[in-house]
Design a protein around this ligand. Structure first.
Ligand code: AMP
Length: 434
């Protein structure tokens, strides 16, 4: 990752080095190599980095080091020394999991606070001393309102995925929370993109920050095969189902633009015999946790998610991403496909593109500075509309036994189907996709 700097040379406390070693990390990632020394020095940091770069350890490890090396004489209940704000519940849970992982050989206490679940266990936990709180803004303010938490002892605040927090309308909550913190504090802001609003927030919340920028991992990664299939919107559900069933792909993350679309696709895939679940903001926290755990353990083969729900999910070495629709914002394409090809493993990103999405496709290709290769799914037979109800998904087309090519459905500069081969990790090869 970074050939010159080692974790040992960053002078982190011994129990942290042990935890890093347990995690199997050999050297710091570029964001870690740059951020850790600044955070250890106590300075503010403005970092351009997205999920997958190792940013969580980049701020968690030095915060833990400071807590360990500057112990307080007196412990007070519900008065954290570090506060990490994240946009989504899933990200909050994941960040706190990382805090626990890196602090496993220490007595540092951490806690995660997010909405959508019973507040009482959180209140009980806040009756104990706590060092690090990871929270979503809304639930944190609920606890502030109920005087369950005292933010006057916060030494370090982290705004993680700040751009997404602003997208989700948290700016007023964030400003309210910042006002409750001591003037003398360290502030760290991590964001994938830098809009005027983020710059404004940085100006008003950081003091002489060091600016760090690492290339978004994977944008030009040779490890990810990026392809597209030109099709029609009305065939997309059948096509996704066909592709996944024919290829035997497992652990596929499918992105939909809307919650409704995600539900309908997950239902269709389940009807076709695939284990699929939808992940979006209208799902209860229990359902979201269940879906994510099922997906991580391999019980659920296909997770159908909206961008916001999927953002920040740390699912390692995901082999397949499908864009059911292209995202409205080109940068989101990079975030989406950045989930594959991690940690040296190969990945495949396939986008289903209809004629209304040509402009979005052009914008994405401009951003990633390369064309996305069109491929054909030659053995997909779109269901006959005369036998289909107008807007209902079609029944499953059975996989062709002989795996032969049936009909072309792509017209855009297609490459040969030979190139449609996914980087397979397991399974048999039932069709031209495999
Ligand atoms: P993040 O960008 O914080 O979401 O981290 C992305 C993934 O990188 C996580 O699965 C981490 O466990 C992993 N990771 C973080 N730091 C390192 C490192 N120095 N070496 C290898 N993997 C790492």
């Amino acid at each position: 990752m970074n050939n010159n700097i080692t974790f040992a040379s960053l002078a982190l406390a011994e129990p942290l080095l042990r935890a890093i070693n347990d995690s199997g990390y050999t050297s710091p990632t570029p964001i870690q190599a740059q951020a850790i020394p600044h955070v250890l020095n106590g300075g503010d940091v403005l970092a351009a980095a997205q999920t997958g770069t190792g940013k969580t350890a980049g701020f968690t490890l030095p915060i833990l080091h400071q807590i360990l090396t500057q112990p307080l004489k007196k412990l007070t209940a519900g008065r954290p020394r570090a506060l990490i704000l994240t946009p989504t519940r899933e990200l909050a849970a994941q960040v706190e999991e990382s805090v626990r992982l890196y602090s496993q050989h220490t007595k540092v206490r951490s806690l995660v606070l997010f909405g959508g679940v019973n507040i009482n266990p959180q209140i009980n936990a806040l009756r104990q001393p706590v060092d690090i709180v990871v929270a979503t803004p809304g639930r944190l303010l609920d606890h502030v309102g109920q005087k369950n938490i005292d933010l006057s002892g916060v030494e370090t605040i982290v705004l993680d995925e700040a751009d997404r927090m602003l997208d989700m309308g948290f700016i007023r909550d964030i400003r309210r929370i910042l006002k409750l913190l001591p003037e003398q504090r360290q502030s760290l802001l991590f964001s994938a993109t830098f809009s005027d609003e983020i710059r404004d927030l940085a100006r008003s919340s950081l003091r002489n920050p060091v600016e760090i920028s690492v290339a978004p991992r994977n944008t030009t990664s040779e490890l990810i095969t990026q392809e597209l299939v030109q099709t029609e919107q009305r065939h997309k559900r059948d096509l996704v189902s066909h592709i996944i069933r024919q290829s035997g792909w497992h652990q596929v993350l499918v992105f939909c633009r809307t919650k409704h679309g995600a539900n309908r696709l997950a239902e269709k895939l389940s009807k076709d015999g695939l284990s699929a679940a939808a992940l979006h903001g209208n799902k209860s926290q229990a359902a979201r946790t269940r879906a994510l755990a099922g997906f991580k353990s391999g019980k659920i083969a296909v997770l159908v998610a909206t961008d916001i729900a999927a953002r920040g999910l740390d699912i390692d070495q995901l082999p397949y991403v499908i864009n059911f629709e292209l995202p409205q914002v080109a940068e989101d394409y990079v975030h989406r496909i950045g989930r594959t090809g991690r940690a040296g493993s190969e990945g495949r990103a396939l986008s289903l593109v209809d004629s209304t999405e040509t402009k979005l496709l052009k914008a994405i290709e401009r951003l990633i500075k390369r064309p996305i290769s069109p491929i054909e799914i030659t053995d997909f037979i779109p269901p006959d509309p005369s036998t289909q109800p107008a807007e209902k998904p079609a029944p499953a087309s059975r996989p062709r036994r002989d795996g032969s090519a049936a009909r072309k459905n792509s017209t855009r500069r297609p490459r040969s189907t030979q190139n449609a081969r996914p980087r397979r990790s397991s399974g048999t090869a039932p069709s031209n996709l495999s």
